[in-house]
Design a protein around this ligand. Structure first.
Ligand code: NAD
Length: 446
């Protein structure tokens, strides 16, 4: 099947190479010429496990190409997927990228006799596809819905595991407004043997938001309780969580074996959630609710806790050792989570900013995200000494903060850490792991 994908970032590129690997003929469109050039040379523009081999293989098989020319991508295509960004703008969703794409698509639909189904994959607030997207397509094509198709297929991939997630999704949501669109989407996902749910487009849109909201709620709830444990003292929140998790509703016993569902990972306390989805998606849903006259108290609370949570790191360090002025601090990790180079809304940003405010001397490392961080956080970056070899800098540091638990940081235990403070901001390691050091984390106070 011939598919065009508009917007070739984390979602567009991963979707593109995965659909190509299932035999579809994919053309990815991006306005960034640098992205287009690199991809056509088989060079990935994002850091993601297995992306390079998938990209190279799909180019070799002549199943994947990139272009900045929309007309070229749409030639002979009957299904087009929109995967441009939908960032937050003062708390509301910025739909300008979606709108622009729909205007261009509408103008193309105006001049073709072919039926084209437009499927939104970007995360958009409920009611976007059947209002804004539909209206822009109708206005610019001078055709009515039915003469073109409309669908909404939210994406649930997680950066760092994106290819595996796309290839083995838990379910595929097929939101549609016309039957012909549904059959095209079914054909597209025919190679996926997984539960497919068919709903209208605004239901599909809300499924994505509720998924993220419930997950983020777990994180903020545990973080709030962890802060209480830190303030009380004499409690390690992880012991509390372990006790809670023995409840069979959290960890069911199946055939006499206790199982530990992945949701339990969302109960590990830390410096808050970041990334390109949770913060902006919750903000967008809150804004929509407020606009409709709803208070959205739960989402407010989840976001409020999360906004403050990165500040716990410096707050706890100060209450432990006093002033951080002139302290030599080694910050390990900048990406919002391991296995990605994405620094959008990373808690590391606030932690670094706090350390700079406190006049600490900061060195920072990340295996892959330094360049992204420098490009996106120019002011903070001026005050930070970025390093490539973190092990060489352990001995001279007073405090080591693990902000992103990359696997390679587990070898910190083999370095000269005696007497140093190790602040494990994501509770990635157990305290015994760093026996010779002074281990600190959110949710415990010695
Ligand atoms: P991104 O910023 O990585 O990629 C967007 C791409 O679209 C960029 O390369 C940009 O150059 C391109 N673009 C912008 N305007 C364009 C236009 N008019 N024509 C062609 N290309 C254009 O964004 P992303 O992280 O891939 O997210 C895309 C959408 O998917 C968002 O709505 C996001 O919320 C959602 N989503 C993201 C993830 C994730 O983990 N990143 C997961 C699920 C859903």
């Amino acid at each position: 099947m011939k598919v065009a994908i508009i917007g070739t970032g984390y979602v567009g590129l991963v979707s593109g190479v995965c659909l190509a690997s299932k035999g579809h003929d994919v053309t990815c469109v991006d306005i960034n010429l640098e992205v287009v050039k690199k991809l056509n040379h088989g060079i990935p523009t994002i850091y993601e496990k297995d992306i390079e081999s998938h990209l190279k293989k799909s180019i070799e098989d002549n199943k994947f190409r990139a272009t900045n020319n929309l007309d070229e991508a749409l030639n002979l295509t009957s299904i087009v997927i929109i995967a441009v960004s939908t960032p937050s703008s003062n708390g509301s969703i910025d739909l300008s990228y979606i709108k622009k794409v729909c205007q261009e698509l509408g103008r193309y639909i105006a001049k073709t006799d072919r039926f084209i189904a437009v499927v939104v994959k970007s995360t958009v607030v409920p009611g976007t596809t059947d209002t804004l997207v539909r209206e822009e397509l109708e206005k610019n094509s001078l055709k009515k819905l039915g003469e073109f198709g409309l669908g909404m297929n939210p994406e649930f991939l997680r950066e760092g595991n994106a290819i595996a997630d796309f290839n083995n999704p838990d379910r595929i949501i097929l939101g549609y407004e016309t039957d012909k669109t549904l059959s095209l989407m079914k054909e597209l996902y025919e190679p996926w043997n997984v539960k497919k749910i068919t709903v209208n487009t605004r239901t599909a849109e809300l499924i994505k938001y509720v998924n993220n909201t419930l997950l983020a709620t777990q994180v903020s709830t545990v973080n709030e309780i962890a802060n209480l444990a830190s303030s009380l003292g004499g409690i390690d929140i992880m012991e509390v969580i372990k006790g809670v998790h023995l409840d069979k509703r959290w960890s069911p016993i199946i055939d006499n074996v206790r199982t530990y569902p992945e949701i339990l990972k969302y109960h590990i306390p830390g410096c808050g959630f970041g990334g390109s989805c949770f913060p902006k998606d919750l903000e967008a849903l809150r804004y929509q609710g407020n606009f409709l006259g709803l208070k959205m108290n739960m989402i407010n609370a989840v976001l409020d806790v999360n906004k403050e949570q990165p500040h716990q790191v410096v707050k706890m360090l100060e209450s432990d050792i006093g002033s951080l002025s002139k302290k030599k601090i080694l910050m390990l990790g900048l990406a919002f989570k391991p296995e990605t180079d994405d620094v959008r809304e990373s808690p590391a940003i606030k932690i670094l900013s706090d350390l700079i405010d406190k006049h600490a001397f900061v060195k920072a490392h990340d295996p892959v995200a330094i360049e992204n961080f420098k490009n996106n956080m120019k002011t903070i970056s001026k005050e930070v000494n970025f390093i490539n070899n973190w092990r060489e800098n352990v001995a001279e540091s007073d405090i080591i903060i693990i902000a992103t638990p990359w696997m390679e940081y587990s070898s910190l235990a083999d370095c000269e850490i005696k007497g140093k403070i190790i602040f494990d901001a994501k509770r990635a390691f157990s305290p015994e792991y760093f026996n010779s050091a002074i281990y600190r984390s959110i949710g415990m106070r010695v």
